[in-house]
Design a protein around this ligand. Structure first.
Ligand code: NAD
Length: 504
């Protein structure tokens, strides 16, 4: 075990469930947690079973009854300290993320910074949970809407952002007056335990243990229990489209709400007048950053045919010189994939590319040795290749050439997913066309910026098979609250709306 892991309170064997009274003894099976860097055993986690799930959700429901009555700005003050606590642990937590999921250290730290930013955002948000007022059609009447806390929010997170995805949800939910039960990925339980410990300590200090609960267990046990649980009015689930389709259906069956943040198949269009130096840096970061394991990773590139011969060889050279290796070492830009299954999926996709007529310009193979390292892969693709419509969670970039912008936008939109998109151009007309109603169909559309690395101030999420949810900033908080429309009659009459008469 690394020193920073014990500083974060991690032990050789950790509990996978936490309530108001801290971490519980758990009775489920024991999970070995390995680092994708070298396969080393990091620690073990005793998984939660249904008993522990009941305790965590039961407490979250009980605590909600009181937490919702705390004035929102007071809730925000606690979140300010949660942000400070995360700041204080940024270095250790960032390292843990690198060791547990393999992203480079600056990305591990960046992820914790994102959670700090979310806490800061929610301090202000707690003073701005405002509704509209309307003019009533009836004299002596006033109409307005207000937003109430919703209840227990179940947060299911993907492995690739083991800290920030929770913060996008949990900070907003806590500001909104909800309590949160977190079910993290079994591929990143240690980051969840450490994050929970840091944040819960602040809540405990103010007597609000139980606002944040944690339950780490198998999908078929605690995952299924959560999505079927009527005490959980909102399930926010981040992960693959396959998972989201199931979760969405089960939650809809009980007429609960789900907020789905699912897979992407993002693209960048390079217009003929693009600044290629800028574009090159953005393409390489968006396609190879986090070893292609971001939901916003750039997976498709549409290059105007007049500049393809200039740009594609430059991308290829950049790909061939990317330092791959231990993500904790300075200079490394690409760490490992999460596990052997991810490597096998990458290799399978490379086989499909060849079988479907794609030309692999560079990459297409694993890096031999311990750990789960692969080479960034650049493919000259054909429009009819089915594999390009799927999200392979690995650093594979499909390059297409195009003649006119409408064709590029049409091809960009012609996939089931709709998360992130970008265009590189100095043309006002081209960028406005890309951003118009007939332009990109994605939840995120950027100009002269890559597809990944969104800021928390905006609402984050995507359309179509990406699930339609929105998280983080803007008015995303509305998903975590219930809206109530109120009409007040301060007159001595009882006029009915729409002129209806019902005189006794
Ligand atoms: P995954 O779908 O395998 O797992 C995601 C989460 O769902 C995990 O916590 C998993 O345990 C849980 N889960 C699976 N089945 C469940 C069930 N029956 N009931 C309850 N929970 C269940 O995804 P992953 O491999 O961890 O992450 C990669 C995927 O996540 C990619 O598709 C990526 O694009 C997507 N992702 C999307 C966003 C976004 O904001 N749109 C962000 C990050 C990752």
């Amino acid at each position: 075990m690394y020193d920073f892991m014990s500083r974060l309170g991690l032990q050789a064997v950790n509990s996978g469930a936490a309530t108001t009274s801290g971490f519980l003894p758990t009775h489920g099976p024991e999970l070995d947690v390995h680092s994708p860097i070298d396969g080393a055993l990091l620690a073990k986690v005793k998984l939660a079973g249904l008993d522990e799930y009941e305790k965590v959700v039961g407490e979250a429901a009980r605590v909600f009854a009181d937490w919702r009555m705390v004035p929102a700005p007071k809730r925000g003050e606690i979140l300010r300290e949660v942000g400070d606590a995360l700041r204080a642990h940024k270095e250790d937590l960032g390292r843990l993320i690198s060791v547990e999921v393999g992203k480079i250290l600056s990305e591990g730290m960046g992820e914790v910074q994102e959670s700090v930013d979310m806490a800061d955002l929610c301090v202000g948000m707690s003073r701005q949970l405002s509704g509209l007022t309307m003019h009533s059609e009836r004299p002596g009447h006033r109409m307005y809407e207000q937003w109430h806390p919703l209840g227990v929010v179940g947060v299911i997170t993907a492995f690739n952002f083991p800290n920030a995805v929770w913060a996008w949800n949990a900070m907003v939910a806590a500001a909104a007056g909800d309590t949160v039960v977190w079910k993290p990925s079994l591929k990143a339980p240690l980051t969840a335990i450490a994050t929970h410990r840091i944040c819960d300590e602040v809540f405990q200090k103010y007597g609000w243990g139980g606002v944040f609960g944690l339950v780490i267990g198998e999908d078929k046990v605690v995952g299924e229990a959560m999505i079927r649980d009527r005490r959980v009015p909102l399930v926010s689930a981040t992960g693959s489209t396959h998972m989201g389709r199931h979760v969405g259906q089960v939650v809809a069956e009980r007429l609960g709400r789900s907020l789905l943040e699912l897979g992407g198949n993002n693209a960048i269009i390079i217009h003929e007048d693009a600044n290629l130096d800028l574009a090159l840096r953005a393409i390489v970061f968006a396609s190879c950053g986090t070893s292609g394991q971001r939901c916003t990773t750039n997976r498709r590139l549409f290059v105007h045919e007049s500049i393809a011969d200039k740009l594609v060889p430059r991308i290829q050279r950049a790909y061939e010189s990317i330092p791959i290796g231990n993500p904790l070492e300075a200079g490394t830009l690409m760490g490992p994939l999460i596990d052997e299954q991810a490597v096998q999926q990458y290799l399978h996709a490379c086989d499909q590319i060849r079988a479907q007529g794609g030309e692999i310009l560079t990459g297409g193979e694993r890096v031999e040795g311990p750990g789960f390292y692969v080479r960034p892969t650049l493919v000259r693709a054909r429009a009819d290749m089915e594999i390009c419509k799927e999200e392979t969670f690995a650093p594979i970039l499909y390059v297409f050439t195009y003649k006119d912008l409408s064709e590029a936008i049409r091809l960009q939109n012609d996939v089931p997913q709709g998360l992130s998109s970008a265009i590189f151009t100095d043309s006002f007309r081209a960028s406005e066309r890309f951003l118009s109603h007939a332009g990109s169909d994605c939840g995120i559309a950027n100009v002269n910026i890559g597809t990944s690395g969104a800021e928390i101030g905006g609402a984050f999420g995507g359309e179509k098979e990406t699930g339609g949810g929105r998280e983080a900033g803007s008015d995303s908080w509305k998903a975590y609250m219930r809206r109530q429309t109120c009409t007040m009659n301060w007159s001595d009459e009882l006029p009915l709306a729409q002129g209806v008469r019902f005189d006794l």
